[in-house]
Design a protein around this ligand. Sequence first.
Ligand code: FE2
Length: 250
Amino acid sequence: MFDFLHIHKVRRLPELFWQTDLHSHVCPGIDDGSPNAERSVQLVAGMHELGFRRMIVTPHVTDEVFPNTPEIIAESYTRLVESCRQAGVEMKFNYSAEYRIDELLFHFLRTGQVRPLPGGYLLVENSWMQEPANLDAFLFELRSNYGYMPVLAHPERYQYYQRHRERYRLLREQGIMFQINLLSLAGHYDKACKNTAEWLLENKMVEFIGSDMHRPSHLESIRNYLMSKDYRRLEAVAPLILNDTLVQDT
Ligand SMILES: [Fe+2]
């Protein structure tokens, strides 16, 4: 009986407008996402069930809390891929990272240790407390000195921007791309995140939409969102979303 209900529920999920996810914390044991390989497999299987076929995974890299080196990330990524393979969970993988704009990122940039998203995009996040000092100069340097295209992770979630939406336009004029979270559109965080994410979409300021998957409750929120009328409204802007252009399947 349970199985019947389960299958019924899966069948009712709509097709995704893109099948590549570019932001998640499913590498085991190295950030505030999946704590172990078993949970990683559960989360990836859940993403597959929602319709995703490729995940570009992005562990946190922060100076204070998650100072993940390229070696630490590579080791955890290998465990992720191997665990999913052994469990028979189908998913294509790549890896990059979500870099907090801080001293560690500056160090990794200077020493050639950053790993961008495919295509030379670099997923960066601001501090939650305030905009990083000299952000504009840093973004310029990221492009001109290092040749990376900055993608700001979940701009809709920074409270100091929500109250000053004109700042979004200024950042975009400097060439920064935006990646909003499906969880924001799903209303998982709060009303302000949802409203801001929708406003950014309406104003055509979004290139990428990520899951920012950390835990099973996120799967549930995204599932509910996919089943909602709100999700169908995304169809109009879906052609502008570049997720599936990051990696070309051969
Ligand atoms: Fe994240």
